[in-house]
Ligand binder design. Sequence first.
Ligand code: IPE
Ligand code: IPE
Ligand code: MG
Length: 246
Amino acid sequence: MTTSQHDTYADPTLHQPAPAVPGCVAIIMDGNGRWARAHGRPVADGHREGTRALRRTVEAAIDVGISSLVVYAFSTENWARPPHEVATLMEILSETIDRELPDLARQGVRTRFIGRRDRVPDWLREKMDELEQATAGLGTLELWIAFDYGGRTELVDAARRLIADGVAPDAVDEAAVAARLYAPDLPEVDLLVRTSGELRISNFLLWEAAYAELVFTETLWPDFDEDDLRQAIDEYARRGRRFGAR
Ligand code: IPE
Ligand code: IPE
Ligand code: MG
């Protein structure tokens, strides 16, 4: 006997819900320092190990079928860290652009950066620009790396652009603001994951994640892998999203 779709829905034991994969996933990649401490290694090693987790996660995101992945790599507040750590984080981004991202480009990953561009060193900004240009035609996965990013600064910058564009107060609406964010084509975040057990947003995607489902995991970022991503997505799939409606 064949089972019609109707029968499948009628019998909960047969019902296989369609896989609910979030289109846009954002990750606050936290816990590198604690990982380093736990392994008796310098903090820089934690950050370097974190780039390997990023590589794994990008590949997992492709496998899972996510279309946009946004990762928080350096916040506007992270400049407050010791100068040596800040310098190391700049170097690590540069190394990652050289080592990991060309490979990912071969897999079709389009990489873009969101955040301020005026404070990173010139040599790094040039690399960031080059990578964006080199991967501009790709589309298996959209990867957005938030670097010198802060949600409040993004909104302040958008307000400045509204004024610079001469937009009249009456014409300022959500679309007008959204069009002036760092990346107007960055979709709304469906799922926001933070690693390392911290329960806060830390100034990430304040506008874009307004209705994101939040998932927090104890896993330290350098240990994050495909299983952790799948668990977060499973958790997301169990959520009821109402967007304020009934
Ligand atoms: C996240 O790891 C990376 C950055 C913020 C750049 P942390 O360095 O914040 O790690 P913890 O929170 O100290 O463990
Ligand atoms: C948030 O982590 C920023 C990044 C992951 C890049 P932090 O470790 O800087 O955040 P706080 O200080 O714990 O809020
Ligand atoms: Mg931290």
